[in-house]
Design a protein around this ligand. Structure first.
Ligand SMILES: Cc1cc2nc3c(=O)[nH]c(=O)nc-3n(C[C@H](O)[C@H](O)[C@H](O)COP(=O)(O)OP(=O)(O)OC[C@H]3O[C@@H](n4cnc5c(N)ncnc54)[C@H](O)[C@@H]3O)c2cc1C
Length: 437
């Protein structure tokens, strides 16, 4: 148990086992909630004071939703949980030998440490992409992207240089997974329904949207029929799709593709990959090539008895998931709930139960009335898939207020073909580091 003398920051002293959770994401929240009845002290730290509903970040970036519809204060989630303490801080390093977590506010001793830090954008070592492309992994990044899109449109009205105009009106999404496809669809909607009214002086037909993916089809994690349908939906928006194509270089104006083509663009949206947000201090052997932590069937990080990892960060190899589970919110949520039960068993000296993922399916939406969903028993596409997508996202948003605000926004957009939030409140300046924050 954690001794009072070892506590170096202001966290109440306790004789109860202390479970430190790093990350108030999908996994961390479920874990902390389910520990409510346990005789433990739960300390959660997160670098933000809110939870981010990442699946809808692209809607913030494309002016469909305000950030406060998809972010929710962590303290509010746990306001009635007596065994819960929150500190806003960044975890810096784990010191397993001393059972201490080093953070931006000091050291936190733990009895059990659960790492639920999710993932960070992976630029695969391409420095120019890191410098010039726009990631979409956090609320500030989505707001930057929203500003950039709107700023480019404003600038397009001012220029008489045709090459500059082309760059300002060309939007390239790198990555044809669900995030890339959904972002391209949302840009298509903006182009078709909203921008012609907002910018009547602009020849909006000149706006071009591209999706670039190095794989042979879009949505590679989904069924071939979902890929085909998604491509069909995107082509309705005149999105140009470059498959079997990688990006080679980007200087902020010219994007070079592996097929030899170049695109003039001042907005490259990076939706091409993530890596686990691994903290320093752990054995190198416990980290996979994809920078996730190797965990056993009980989510214990390989080589450690009392350090666990869940969600995007954890690579749990099973018969059904030889590369580890997909990086999806339901995986993190199920692991969080299940680990809470297992930690309870551990404290009661009962045998632990291995994790089994209940596959709930995968889905992606491509503009209004158009979605693809691969569910465990059936594949749904088109309007039905879209209503299902809307329903599931509304139900999984954290907080009643957020669900209501989002619902009202979506109904308004659906009926009016409009989106309400085309504001450049915090102008984006190129050169500002687009690192994950
Ligand atoms: C744009 C986008 C779209 C997506 N769309 C979907 C979708 O449609 N469906 C789906 O199922 N999944 C989707 N995902 C994936 C899904 O969001 C993740 O799988 C899920 O968030 C993982 O949950 P987690 O708990 O592991 O981590 P996260 O939810 O990422 O939470 C990690 C938390 O840790 C905190 N943190 C990280 N590092 C530190 C540190 N050093 N110190 C303190 N705090 C830290 C972060 O602030 C964050 O709150 C999407 C992801 C993105 C980025």
């Amino acid at each position: 148990m954690t001794g009072p003398s070892s506590i170096s920051i202001n966290i109440p002293v306790t004789n109860k086992p202390r479970i430190v959770i790093v990350g108030g994401g999908f996994g961390g929240i479920q874990l902390a909630k389910r520990l409510k009845g346990e005789d433990v002290q739960v300390v959660m730290i997160d670098k933000n004071n809110y939870h981010t509903f990442q699946p809808l970040l692209y809607q913030v970036a494309t002016a469909g939703l305000e950030p406060d519809s998809i972010a929710y204060p962590l303290r509010k989630i746990f306001k009635k949980q007596e065994n819960f303490i929150f500190r806003m801080a960044e975890a810096i390093k784990v010191d397993p030998a001393r059972k201490v977590l080093e953070t931006s506010i000091g050291e936190i001793p733990y009895d059990f440490l659960v790492l639920a830090t999710g993932s960070v954008t992976n630029f695969y070592g391409m420095r120019d992409m890191e410098r010039n492309a726009m990631p979409m992994k956090s609320v500030p990044q989505s707001l930057d992207l929203r500003s950039l899109i709107l700023q480019n449109l404003e600038a397009a009205l001012l220029t008489t240089d045709l090459k500059n105009l082309e760059g300002l009106l060309t939007f390239v999404v790198v990555g044809g997974g669900p995030t890339g496809v959904e972002t391209a669809g949302a840009l298509g909607e903006l182009k078709n329904h909203i921008l012609p009214l907002d910018y009547p002086e602009l020849d909006i037909k000149k706006m071009r949207i591209h999706v670039v993916d190095h794989g042979p089809r879009l949505l590679q994690g989904m069924s071939p029929s979902a890929s085909q349908k998604a491509e069909e939906f995107l082509r309705k928006f005149e999105v140009e799709i470059w498959l079997n194509t990688g990006v080679v270089a980007y200087d902020g104006t010219t994007l070079s593709l592996s097929n030899g083509k170049t695109l003039l663009t001042k907005a490259v949206i990076w939706a091409a990959g993530v890596a686990g947000a691994v903290l320093p201090g752990l054995r190198a052997e416990s980290v996979t090539n994809g920078r996730r932590l190797k965990v056993d069937a009980f989510s214990r990080v390989e080589g450690y008895e009392n350090i666990f990892a869940i969600g995007d960060l954890a690579c749990m190899v099973t018969k059904d998931s030889p590369q580890g589970h997909s990086l999806l919110a339901p995986v993190a949520m199920q692991q969080g709930k299940w680990l809470a039960q297992n930690l309870g068993r551990l404290l009661r000296k009962q045998p632990l139960r291995p994790f089994h993922y209940l596959n709930l399916g995968v889905m992606a939406t491509i503009g209004r009335n158009q979605a693809v969903a691969d569910l465990p028993l059936v594949k749904v596409q088109g309007v039905l898939g879209w209503f299902l997508w809307v329903f599931i996202h509304l139900m999984t948003l954290v907080g009643f207020r957020n669900r209501m605000v989002t619902f009202v926004n979506w109904v308004f957009s659906y009926l009016s073909y409009d989106k309400g939030i085309r504001l450049i409140i915090r102008p984006f300046k190129r050169g500002q580091s687009p690192v994950d924050r």
